[in-house]
Structure formats: structure tokens, C-alpha cells
Ligand binder design. Sequence first.
Ligand code: UD1
Length: 412
Amino acid sequence: MQSISVNRVNYLKGSVHISGSKNACLPILCSSIITRGIVVLKNVANITDINDICDILRYLNCKVKRRGNRLKVDSTKIQYKSLNINKCSKIRGSYYLIPVMLYLFNKCEIALPGGCKIGQRPIDCHLECFQAFGFSTIIENNVLYIKSNQRKKEVLLSLSKKSVGASINAILCGLGCEHSIIENLVIEPEGLDLISFLKKIGFNISFLNNKCIIKSHKQDIKNRITYKIIPDRMEAMTFVILGLLNGRILIKGANPSHMKYPLDLLINAKYNLKITKKGILACKSRGNAFNIKTDIYPLFPTDMQPLFAILLAASRGMCVVDETIFENRMQIYYDLLEGGGQINVIENKAYITGVTEFSPKHFKCKDLRQGAALLLYIFTYGGSIDNIDIIKRGYDGIFYKLKLLGANFSLK
Ligand code: UD1
């Protein structure tokens, strides 16, 4: 496991180009094999979560080749195999392969998904969805077995919970039946990107007011397409906050409309932030404190909550952060307390009084976004972090990009 240390803090200056979105690419890459053809994906981040899915596709006898940020997936010779393998239990996004395997083979055997330990993360809503489409599900020894009882031709389903992953899986299930209507969906920009990709493949999908109507005609499916993935809004926000904490950073290639709610919070709190034609310019500034409550898109995203914690801990005034999505996402406040923060954590709420003195500390990375938040901390106040391999799951070339901004650090 790698670690990073920052002994001398520098003001970070320059521009950074944002990579393709992890959470958009994962379901797009998984569903690319539905074509049993050749799909070229552009703007694919070179990160371990995506590379793990590539390895799983290779294991299923697909050819997957990367050239820079371009990925060519040839699934013409795909074969059914059990997905009870370590790579599937390591990451969360592997569960997007379930409806894809059901589409192609009417059955799936897969190790339960892993991912960051930010809460219990049950998959009951996914199972409900597979069952609604006519599949039977059994879980034994952390392996999920699904097979077709009688696959339904027409489905009307309303998801029982607000879930990003279950919404995507419900849409992917819909591809295998003639006509489906799915309600109570949570579709974020990444989900919309998947829908655009599926339309490009040839599916007839319409989405309005959290409801999707899918009409599938297998004869319309194209087997040769090229598609470009949207930029990663979480990576973009990480560099925005880094600029606000300690630099002058121009964030290029991001889509500010995907981040409107959190960007507006920063602008209203008088942080030095400008959205220009060239990109988002974030400059060192101390803004006012503001409250955050995590919620589904377009409100405040839970993945940005730990990043904002670093900024709010040093803001002017007092605020409350309320994490409502994942029950185990408060670690960053304990890290900040170690460094000198004035914070009181009660269950999933952090009561913060902004202070300006933080000292260099040695931290441990426990999950992807807490790790990214710790990077923001050490590039502002100094310190070190163990276990940074976790950060590479979601940030393409992060250390190269930091070097380009003039950061001084050592990796071990
Ligand atoms: C996805 C994202 C993750 C992001 C999260 C919320 C990917 C690969 N991951 O995770 O980065 O933090 O959305 O924006 O895109 N729940 C259930 N039962 C279910 C499904 C979910 O109880 O069957 C609960 C979860 O425990 C959580 C809440 O619903 O409390 C939201 O989870 P969900 O939106 O499903 O998150 P993920 O899809 O796992």
C-alpha cells in the first residue's frame, strides 16, 4: 500500500483537465457487451475501478484494449461464465453486469458487490427489481444466483427506495423486455449519460420526471458504435476545493451544469470562484460557513460531503453538515478534529465552527472520498496519508495532475 507525504506546502497554480466520469463509465462499460459487437468509448478514466471491470470483461472472453483514454471493447466472442470471482466482490460497479448477463444469457451467478465501506449498502431494491422482471434470486455464502423463471415481456415497476444503483439496474433490466415503465428512479448526470449511450446503441428510451419508458427491439441494436463519456463532477469539485483552499486553479473540461447546486453554495458564500468559458477558476479565499444536507440529485451529493468538510472546517462562522444517505461517512470529521478542527459529531451530523489553524498530521485513507478529502488537507496544511491506493480507484493521474500544479510531495 502506497503512502504520500507533504513536508513543504506550496501554493498550487495552473490548470487541470478533468477526466471522464467513473460512475458514468462503469454502467456504460458493463452494458457495452449487450451489442455483442465493437464499442469504442472515449474519455475513459484510467482508474482501478474501471480497469477491474475491463479485466472482468476479458475473463468473459471479450477483447478490451486501452489507448490513452480510449477503450475498445470487442464482445463478439463473449461467453457465459460464473462471476463468482474476487474482482466482482472488490468493487461496487460490478453489479451492473447482472442485468447485462440476464439480457445475454438469462442467468447470472455473481459474488456480491464490494466498494467503499460507507454504510451497510444492502441490495434489496436491486433484487426486487430483478424479481419484477421475472427472475428468481437466491443469495448463498455471499454469492447471488439469478435465473429466469419466466422473463416478462411487459413490466410496470416503481422502485421502493431512492437508489442510484438500483435505478440504473432497473433501466438495464428493461432492455431485455419488450415494454417497460419504471418509476421512482434516481437519475443523476451519470445515469443520463448511460441513457444517451443506450439510445445510441438503438434502444428506444424516454425519461421524464423520474420515470423511464423503454421499448426494446433487438433487431435495432447496433454492433459498432463510438461514445464519449461525460466529465467526472466529483474530480472537478475536488480541484475546485483545492483551489479555494490553497491556490489558483483553472478546472478545464468539467460541466458546471452537473454541479450547479454545490457551485452555487460556494458562490453565495463568497468564495472566489468564477465560471468562465475556459473553465471553472477557483482561487484561495475564506468564505462564509453554510449548512449542507446530502440528498439526491440535483441537491447536494453525498460523494462531495467529505470534500466540503475540509473547506467548511476553515470557513467563517458555524454550520451543520447532515449526511442522510450513508450512515458511515463521518470519518473525515474525526480526521479534522485531530488536525485542530472545532467539530462536534453527533450521529450523522457534524457541528462545525470554522478555524484557521490546522497542523500537519498523519492520516489513514479509509474510503475513496475521505481519502480525496485528506489529500485536500495535506496539500493545504501538510502531513501524510497511508493507504492511498484507494484514491486511485476514482482519480485518474491524480499525482501527475498535482505535480503539474506545482505540488511538492513524496510517494512511498
Ligand atoms: C452510487 C455511487 C456512489 C454514490 C451513491 C449515492 C456508483 C458506482 N456509486 O452508489 O458513488 O455515493 O450512488 O449518490 O455509481 N440502498 C438500499 N437498498 C438498495 C440500494 C440502496 O437500502 O437496494 C440505500 C443505500 O444503503 C444508501 C441509499 O440507499 O443508504 C443510496 O444508495 P445508492 O443510491 O443505491 O448508492 P449506490 O448506487 O450504491
